[in-house]
Ligand binder design. Sequence first.
Ligand code: URA
Length: 243
Amino acid sequence: GAGSLLTTHLQSGPESSARSASPSEPAFPDAPSTLHVMKSTMQLRGLMTIIRDRSTSRADFVFYADRVIRLLIEEGLNFLPFREHTVITPTDSSYEGLAFTGRVCGVSIMRAGEAMEKALRECCRSIRVGKILIQRDESTAQPKLFYAKLPPDIADRHVLLLDPMLATGGSAIKAVEVLIEQGVPEDRIIFINLVAAPEGVLAFSKRFPHTHIITAEVDDSLSTSKHIMPGLGDFGCRYFGTD
Ligand code: URA
């Protein structure tokens, strides 16, 4: 049979509250319970050290950023709904496992978020991936939607929203507004991010208290020029090799 529903969407996170190197501690004071920081293993710290190093070549930046992004996507998939599913193994015994249920799609925030599409496709074969382009409107200094191309049935899907850098939160907030306008419930969006500033996490979670944020590391602060500190510089420029 289909088995009973074990959990509903987004209650299935590996931990219910924000995590950091020390599992019971929040990543920073007032961190929201929707923030999930990946476990700070030696492996992850080694990868993050390479991509943060300004002397890392572009080829190495792409290679090691891809490895962290793959881990992040795998972590994000833990937030999808699943049901019990028993299979028979080649030894004629049964294994009481689970199967993912709900439908899913990706949405990348251009341009840096596009760097996360490859790992998403590697994990979810033939997944539909939409795109959103948001840029600062020079006259108002506010993030403005320039382009959106989304799967037509997005309202019926869980959405993995991709953007590697969460600085002020302006673009991510605008992107989630666009998804909600398209009928996606806030709690069916999973925001997958590489490096976050506390300011961005707080702004985002204040606006969307039911959207989970999965990140590799939370940094100290934002500079006056809105760069994440210590950060890794401009992700899009380093990944795509532009200025
Ligand atoms: N976007 C980036 O690529 N880097 C930052 O530090 C902030 C936003």
